[in-house]
Design a protein around this ligand. Structure first.
Ligand code: ATP
Ligand code: MG
Length: 343
């Protein structure tokens, strides 16, 4: 190209294009991580583009403070993992944010709009939906009927339905089509006419997630979506959670399995005894001393699992065997040796 070529459309088209205009847009996962890259790992830290903002929310049950969150911001378009030992207040916080419970004090908002004192239905209409730790699929309704209950605008309800049945039918048809599309995505379409009560635990979790999407939410809060799900379904559930982010939704999810948390979270918030005790990217969490202490403290209070009990027994047996091997003596159960000498 001659050096004196005038700048114009034809010249511009023959010049190498700037990468920003030719490269495909970065996937949402990368964007969410990039947006959070420079955010300090501090409790209550401001996010570049918060979708949910919580201020001074407390909820007590009798003398117990289940939730006491000073300030929390949830970045739009990312996956935020909410973790913490049993009883930390994760489910209670979800209940408060989605109108299923009311706090003693505090404010919280979505896109700058207060969600305080709204019913779950009103919160859902604004675009914030949740699923439950214990699934709430209605067993005596079919899978498809469960889905239709999740639709945002039941325009056919009430007198309007009887006045303008044509409009209602059109909307019902659109909702049914949407439900069938979602069921296909979640591989539940073959089950559409089965009662929800006949589904496996994992399929019920999928149904709940699919139903939550019927209202075109902007924020999806998932309370232990993988719990009780068999390993064959876990991967597909994880894929669905990542898909929500790809579609531009903001996801908050509660999960106990740290491998899963590390795999899919852009940011992790840790709760213990009602408070946020740490937040940061997944890699910041496992080295955080407050987090380690919270889990250890909780673990000591928790009953042992069968496996842990077996391990404790095995270690005790090994210690006894070592004792026998070294001293050649066996202690009786009252701590004396065979001669009855107190040890
Ligand atoms: N309706 C209620 N009445 C009384 N106490 C409650 C109620 N709901 C929750 N709590 C208590 O509040 C605390 C927080 O419970 P929450 O269910 O929010 O914890 P969580 O972090 O979701 O635990 P998990 O990991 O076991 O699901 C617990 O001590 C719990 O017993
Ligand atoms: Mg819970």
């Amino acid at each position: 190209m001659p050096a004196d070529q005038p700048h114009g459309a034809s010249a511009a088209s023959s010049l190498p294009q700037a990468p920003a205009t030719t490269a495909a847009p970065a996937p949402p996962a990368r964007l969410a991580q990039a947006a959070l890259r420079d955010v300090p790992w501090e409790i209550g830290v401001a996010k570049p583009d918060p979708a949910i903002v919580v201020d001074g929310v407390t909820r007590t049950f009798g003398g117990l403070t289940a939730v006491s969150v000073d300030h929390l911001e949830v970045q739009r378009g990312g996956i935020t993992g909410l973790i913490g030992p049993n009883g930390a207040g994760k489910t209670t916080l979800f209940n408060l944010l989605t109108g299923f419970d009311q706090p003693n004090a505090g404010t919280w908002s979505f896109d700058g709009r207060s969600l305080g004192r709204l019913s779950p239905h009103q919160v859902a209409r604004l675009g914030v939906v949740r699923t439950f730790q214990l699934t709430k699929a209605l067993s005596r309704l079919t899978v498809l009927q469960n889905m239709l209950l999740g639709a945002k605008d039941q325009r056919g309800e009430g007198f309007f339905r009887s006045l303008v049945p044509g409009v209602w039918r059109k909307q019902e048809q659109a909702n049914t089509e949407k439900a069938l599309d979602l069921l296909a995505r979640f591989k539940l379409d073959a089950k559409k006419d089965d009662f929800a009560g006949t589904l496996s635990g994992g399929q019920r979790k999928l149904l709940e997630m699919a139903r939550a999407l019927m209202s075109d939410p902007k924020v999806v809060m998932l309370d232990e979506p993988m719990a009780g799900v068999n390993p064959a379904l876990t991967q597909s559930l994880l894929g669905h959670v990542k898909d929500l982010r790809e579609q531009g939704m903001t996801v908050i999810f509660v999960e106990h399995d740290m491998d899963v948390v590390r795999d899919i979270s852009d940011w992790v918030v840790v709760m213990a005894a009602g408070k946020v005790i740490a937040e940061g990217p997944p890699e910041s969490i496992s080295q955080n001393q407050a987090v380690v202490d919270a889990y250890l403290g909780a673990h000591h209070d928790a009953p042992l699992t069968v496996e842990e009990e077996d391990q404790v027994l095995a270690e005790a047996e090994a210690a006894i065997a070592r004792e026998e091997g070294t001293s050649g003596e066996v202690l009786s159960s009252d701590g004396t040796d065979r001669e009855g000498t107190q040890r």
